[in-house]
Each structure stands twice: as C-alpha cells, then as structure tokens.
Design a protein around this ligand. Structure first.
Ligand code: MGD
Ligand code: MGD
Ligand code: SF4
Ligand code: MO
Length: 748
C-alpha cells in the first residue's frame, strides 16, 4: 500500500503537499503526514503523481523531519556575547533583536550610505518567496549593494547562452529514448538522482552510457564506460570530437545548413584539434577520442547531460559553449532523446517577477554590484582589494579600480547560505567576518560556521513550516509548498523576518504588508506568457505541481528556433566577439596549467603538487546536512582521495594525515588511496563544516576567489595544492568503510 493510501485511511492524519527547497536540479514534489491532534509531522515521501519525482525522495530529504525537529535547531533570536567566531550568544526577544538591528542598519546607512550594507544569500532554499521574495524588496528599498550570485553556475550558464541563446534543452523524460548518453561533468546518482531512472530505462533498452569525469564516481560505476579526464580540459575533448566528426563527414549537413551559424569557420578552427593534440591535454587516449566521436555522431538519438562540475575552472564558460555546439553539429535535436541539458531553468524564463522583487523600489538608484565569490575581498578595508569584488563578468567590462570600490562593507546580512564554509579563500572570508566594525546578521536553521561570526543570529523556519513556490533547473514543473506544521520554537520565515525588519526600519510601502500566500498567488496570477496557460493557484493548491505549458515530447530545437541573435545555434558568435571573447569554440586553459613547467598543452605540475577538486559528498547538500549525526556517519570524516601513484610519490598510505596547502591556505586531511581518481588530481568531498573539520578549516582554505572566463563564475575545482604527510596513523577502519561505501551505487 502506498504511504498516501495508508495515511489517507487514518482520520488523525492530514496530508500536506509541498516541494523540496534544496539547491538540486530535481525539485521533488513531496507529501507530508501530519497528526491532527499533536500537529506534528510524522512522515514525508515523494509525490507519486509527479512524473520526475516518481514517489521517491533522496536519502537526505527522506530524513527531512529529523532535520526539522533536530535538537540543534535555532529556536530564539541570539545576540553575540563572546568574540567573533566563538559562537557565544545569549537569547533575546524578537522585539529586541529587530529593534536593535534596524537601529544599527539605519545608523550605518546614514553614516556610510546604503551600499555599505551587503546581502549575501544563495541556495539554502530555491523558493521564490523565501529566497529573494521579501529580501529583494527590503534591500531594493534600502538601496543596499546588489549581489551577483556567481558561486555555482555562472560560467557554464553564460557559455551555454552564447551558443544556444537560452538555458533550454532536453527534458529529463526524453533521456529514456536515447541510445547513447554522455554524462559530462555530472555525478547524476549523487546530484541529480531523479534523472537516473530515465537513463536506466534507456540503458535497459540498450543505450550506452558514458561518463566523462576525473573521478570514477558512483555514476561512472553505474555507466558502461568511464572516460577519465584531467580537470579543466573538456573543451579540448569537445574540439577533437568535432575534428573527427567534421573531418569524417559525420555531421548532419542539412541541420547545420538550416539551423546553425558559422559552420565553415568552425570547420577551419577544428582542423588543428587532432585527437593526438587533445590527448596530450586531456589525458584521454587519441583512439578513445576517435571512437567516442564516431559513436556520438552515428548513434541516434544521442543525449548529453552536462553539468556544473566541468565549469568550475577558469575556462569553464568557453568549455560549456564548445560542448553545447555538439548536438547541433550532428542534428541530435531532431529526435526525442537527442540533444543536451545543462539547466532546464530556461523553461521558466518568461516568468514575470517584477511584482515579486520590486526593482522599482530602487527608484532610479543604481547601487554597486558585488560578486559573491569575492566575499573575502569585499570585506576588505583596502579599496584596491575591495574593488576586485566589483562585478565585472566579461573581458569587455572595464577593470574596476580603487576609485570604483565605494564604501567599505559595514553590515553583512546572510540568509540561505553558509559562506564561512562554502565561499572560496576561507582565510580571507574569516578575516573579514572577524572585523569588529562589521555588523553581521545571519538567518539560518542551525548555528553554522557563519552564524558563529554573527552579531545577531535569527532563527528561520524550514520548508515544513512556511509557504513557497519553486521552479526547477532539472525539469519543467512548477511546485507549490504549503506549510505542514507550526514554526519550531520562535522561528520565522525569511519573508516574515524581512517584513518585520522593514517595519522596524520604517519602510511603509504596501508591498511590505502582503502576506506569504498572497504574494505567491499574485505571482501565479501575474503571468501572461503562453507557457503559463492553464497554471492556476487553485491547481497548484490541489496537485502541488504543474507542468509548464510545453508540448510533450518537447523538441525545442528540432527546427531551429534558437533564442540567439541569429536565431540559429551559434558556432560563430558575434556577441562573444563584442564581449571580448574568441567568437569560435576554443580551449581556454584552466588556471592550474600556470603552475606547469612544460607549457599548457602537455602540462605537468611540480612534484607533490596536484589539481584539487572538491565536488559534493553524496550525503550532504553543499554544507547542509553536514552538521547532523546521521549524515556525518554516512560520510564518516573529511578525506582527501589520492591515486596510488600520487600517494606513493608523497609516501603516504590510507589513513595518514596530510597537509594540503597553497598560497591561500592549508587544511589537514586523512588520505584515502583509491584508483577511482585520475593521477595528478586529488579530490576532497565537500562541503564539511569548518568547525567540524581538523583545525576548524575545510577545503575552501585552498580555493581561489578568482573569476572564471565568463559570468564571474566560481572556479572551485581549479586549485593547485601541495601535499605532504604530517602524521602517520593506523589505517583507520573509517577510511576503509568510506571506500566500500563509495563502491555502492544504489539510489540511497
Ligand atoms: N547530494 C548532493 N546533491 C547536490 C549537491 C550536493 O552538495 N549534494 N549540490 C547541488 C548543487 S548546488 C549543484 S551546483 C549540483 C552540482 O552537481 P554537478 O553539476 O553534477 O556538479 P559537481 O557535483 O560539482 O561535479 C560533478 C562531477 O564533475 C566532476 N568534475 C570536476 N571537474 C571536472 C572537469 O573539469 N571535467 C569534467 N568532465 N568533470 C569534472 C566531478 O568529479 C564530479 O563527479 O548538485 C546539486 N545536488
Ligand atoms: N569547495 C567547494 N566549495 C563549494 C562548492 C564545491 O563544490 N566545492 N560548491 C559551490 C556551490 S555549487 C554552491 S551552490 C555553494 C552553496 O552554498 P550555500 O548556498 O551557502 O549552501 P549551503 O552550504 O547548503 O548553505 C545553505 C544554508 O541555508 C540555510 N537555509 C536553508 N533554508 C533556509 C531558509 O528557509 N531560511 C534561512 N534563513 N536559511 C535557510 C541552511 O540551513 C544552510 O545553512 O557552495 C559552493 N562552494
Ligand atoms: S533529490 Fe534533490 S530535490 Fe529531491 S528530495 Fe533530494 S535534494 Fe530534494
Ligand atoms: Mo551549486
């Protein structure tokens, strides 16, 4: 019997529909069973009617009730009593906290200007309302610094747009029809689990699944083939594939002629990109590149799932732009099951959010925009350093100078984010957060690394306790989340915290008194684009989700219709030339090649130096869940995965503790020796809380604030580290079981 049926038969149970708020492409629709008499949620499961959720949540959110009711939940506002970073607080009332915060902010705005206030938020929830709904109204009214949210996907996203015009592509359902699937820089079974059933269906029907990744992830294990690639070299692989496809006449000349721009220039460009040349760069043997290119061009339908792992490098934008050319070159878009998906968010791109965010409240002011990845720089009191944090996403943008730096940041308001754990160059971030003259407010569920540095910590509600609405970046369904339980303790939704703060600041605009359900309903009802036809508030209330009004199957580019300036897939992009880029696909070397003594194309790093990547641990969601026993037990401890050859070069074995260091910082980690990573690259699964890591530091000690080539995107996986043993330990049981756990590729 399904959970829905089981609980529906119980008169003491109410069933509430909702959606997972996490930063995950799957945006699962869920149902929650709540006891009528106690008001307590007793169970949660995936909505069986949702075509992508298919009744299942992941192994993290399966346990969402444990997280919501956890003893560590913040239940009252807290005011700092100890030194910054110590995490010493006293409880205070909401009235006291809000009045004091408002008074402090007003004084700073009066003395230093509104730009001295910096919001810093990201993916704790992706909800329209608890994300930037009320918050952006608040900061727009104030005229605070704007934040460029660049920490995750910007490089690849911008690169994709140059080629494709919009973040549109395959829908997950279509992957079931593919005969060849390339999973490129994505750990699907960890970070996009609900795509897997469609891939598995295709695989069962005979499709070949190939994973292109520096690590043999659980996804690579479940695939038919793992192509081990050096980080940051995917562009070279794609160029060599095009060399083979065009050179052997395997492209779809008809599709190319009708729906693409710049084929002749592309053909001329890729002549030099022989598989032999790409082999030196990527570490993938030339013959394997040829076989891959031929298989890709001659198997139909051919699908690519490319994701953000491959764009966290300096050349991430160009790499994505280049890979995005492949489906058009072979005409893959003609068929259901052919094409590529980077993000499905473009399905919602016509959504009108002006009434939600109220940019009109800026009333003509144009505050500076700060790149979130440069939080360390932004918090500097040195204008030359601070200027580096001014958003400049394209080479054609002028480089900001000290004269553009503006006022020092005097107040930092953090919500839906944990920068002390997740932001690059941790030492710079914590130096800034420790500033006595910085007024920091953190809204969260738990006392995170960042909360420890706050002057005030405000308790926020979880998704079980508030309203929200979600789009998805992995599929084409909207979802509505209804509150299932009363707020835990004195916690409040972000929307209500900003609503009350607005009142305390004396902001009287009517938009600050709109209620949560009212705001969401108005958002639904404000949509006029045909893609929203038939999506009503009532329908969302009843079903919990609704597919965007797109045909199914959806063949977005079967007949061209690209949202680029030319209306075609742009192999040649005039817009790129204007913005200061090479207008044709090329390989932009990653930063780590600068440490090579042998040039960029056959790059070698000095002895005991390695490329360091830190993709998500399976049981954490960025730094979320990383404080809870159940998930810590699953991941066991922070680790550094090293290939046996590299471990031998450093004379270390599993269980030994090494110092992982570069010019930015250092972290100490136990080693796990494994063949499941390419030699020359080390991998530290993330994102552990710093305060639960050795020496209260995590892997972001060694990551850089530097921008990628496009969108000022973050380049977390473009670090060079030096590794040396600091302690010999008995090989720990824990390390061995972590290795065993990695081998397991079940959907847990
Ligand atoms: N369980 C879980 N799920 C998550 C998250 C989580 O933390 N935990 N995070 C969520 C978020 S915010 C995001 S952005 C997505 C991230 O999910 P993805 O977009 O899949 O990105 P990553 O997990 O960063 O990296 C995916 C894979 O890329 C590989 N990789 C690293 N560098 C390169 C490279 O240069 N080339 C190639 N080809 N591969 C490379 C990594 O080894 C990794 O296996 O997942 C979301 N889902
Ligand atoms: N080394 C390394 N660093 C990385 C990455 C990596 O792969 N390697 N990945 C990067 C990527 S892709 C991303 S997206 C970022 C993610 O960085 P963040 O978006 O900061 O993600 P989380 O660490 O999950 O922190 C989210 C916080 O929001 C809180 N939260 C959740 N819901 C709510 C709510 O309703 N209200 C409030 N007030 N708080 C809420 C959670 O409790 C949690 O503490 O990290 C980046 N950092
Ligand atoms: S798979 Fe992603 S969207 Fe689904 S429940 Fe887990 S974290 Fe949430
Ligand atoms: Mo992300």
């Amino acid at each position: 019997m399904s959970k829905l049926a089981q609980y529906s038969a119980d008169p003491n149970i109410r069933i509430i529909t909702g959606a997972c708020p996490h930063d995950c492409p799957d945006t699962c629709a869920w149902q929650v069973a709540v006891e009528r008499d106690s008001g307590r949620a007793v169970d949660i499961w995936g909505n069986a009617d949702h075509p992508v959720t298919q009744g299942r949540l992941c192994g993290k959110v399966d346990r969402y009730l444990e997280r919501t009711y956890h003893d560590g939940r913040l239940t009252t506002p807290l005011r700092r009593v100890g030194p910054k970073g110590s995490g010493q607080f006293e409880p205070v009332s909401w009235e006291t906290a809000l009045a004091d915060i408002a008074a402090r902010l007003q004084a700073l705005v009066a003395e230093h200007g509104a730009e001295s206030v910096l919001p810093w938020s990201y993916g704790g929830t992706l909800g329209f309302l608890q994300g930037e709904g009320m918050a952006s109204r608040f900061f727009n009214q104030m005229g605070a610094s704007q934040l460029a949210r660049t920490i995750c996907s910007e490089a690849g996203f911008e690169g994709y747009l140059y080629t494709m015009g919009a973040a549109e592509g395959m829908e997950p359902e279509a992957y079931a029809h593919a005969r060849l699937i390339l999973i490129w820089g994505s750990n699907t079974l960890t970070s996009n689990l609900h795509l897997w059933p469609f891939i598995a269906e295709a695989q069962k029907a005979g499709a070949r699944v190939i994973v292109i990744d520096p690590a043999e992830t659980r996804t690579a294990r479940a695939a038919d083939e793992w192509i081990a690639i050096r980080p940051g070299t995917d562009g070279a692989l794609a160029l060599a594939m095009m060399h083979v496809i065009i050179g052997e006449g395997l492209h779809d000349a008809d599709y190319v002629a009708r729906y693409t721009e710049g084929f002749d220039a592309l053909a001329a460009r890729v002549v030099a990109w022989t598989p032999e040349r790409a082999a030196l760069i990527t570490g993938v043997p030339a013959e394997r590149i040829r076989t891959l290119a031929r298989a890709y061009a001659t198997t139909q339908p051919a699908a690519i799932r490319v994701n953000y792992g491959m764009q966290r490098h300096f050349g991430g934008g160009m790499a994505m732009r280049t890979i995005a050319c492949l489906p058009a070159l072979i005409g893959a878009w003609r068929q259901v099951g052919g094409g590529i998906q980077l993000s499905a968010s473009g399905a919602f791109r016509h959504m009108d959010k002006r009434n939600l965010h109220r940019p009109d409240l800026l009333a003509g002011r144009t505050p500076r925009t700060i790149t979130m990845n440069r939080l360390g720089d932004a918090l500097s009191l040195d204008p030359t350093v601070r200027a580096r944090a001014i958003y400049h996403p394209r080479p054609a943008d002028p480089m900001p100078t000290a004269a553009d730096a503006g006022a020092p940041v005097k107040a930092l308001i953090v919500y839906n984010a944990n920068p002390a754990a997740v932001a690059p160059e941790q030492a710079a971030v914590t130096t800034g957060l420790r500033r006595e003259d910085l007024f920091t407010v953190v809204l969260d569920h738990f006392a995170t690394d960042t909360a420890d540095y706050a002057d005030y910590v405000l308790p926020a509600t979880t998704q079980l306790e508030h309203w929200d609405m979600h789009r998805s970046y992995g599929h084409t369904y909207l979802a509505l989340n209804q509150p299932a339980i009363a707020p835990v303790g004195q916690s409040l939704p972000n929307s209500e915290i900003f609503r009350r703060l607005a009142a305390a600041m004396g902001y009287t605009h009517a938009c600050f008194s709109e209620g949560d359900a009212q705001i969401l309903r108005a958002l639904v009802e404000a949509q006029t684009h045909a893609r929203f036809a038939g999506i009503t508030w009532q329908r969302l209330l009843e079903a919990g989700f609704a597919r965007m009004n797109l045909p199914q199957p959806w063949l977005p580019f079967a007949e061209g219709n690209y949202a680029t300036p030319s209306g075609k897939c742009e192999f040649y992009s005039a817009r790129m030339a204007q913005d200061g880029y090479d207008p044709l696909p090329t390989w932009t070397p990653p930063r780590w090649t600068q440490s090579s003594a042998t040039g960029v194309e056959a790059a070698t790093l000095p002895s005991r130096s390695f490329i360091c990547i830190s993709p998500p641990a399976h049981s954490f969601l960025n730094s979320t869940f990383a404080n809870l026993e159940r998930f810590i037990q699953r991941e066991e401890q922070p680790l550094l995965h090293m290939h046996p050859v590299d471990a031998a070069a450093c004379a270390v074995a599993s269980g030994d503790v090494v110092r992982v260091a570069n010019e930015l910082g250092a972290v100490e980690l136990p080693v796990l020796v494994t063949e499941r990573i390419v030699p020359g690259t080390v991998l530290a699964p993330g994102i552990w809380w710093a305060k639960q890591s050795p020496g209260r530091r995590n892997i972001n000690q060694v990551t850089t604030q530097d921008e990628a080539d496009m969108g000022a995107g973050a380049i977390f996986y473009d670090a060079v580290v030096h590794v040396e043993a600091v302690a010999r330990a008995e090989p720990k049981q824990a390390v061995q079981t972590a290795a065993a756990e990695m081998a397991d590729s079940v959907m847990a």
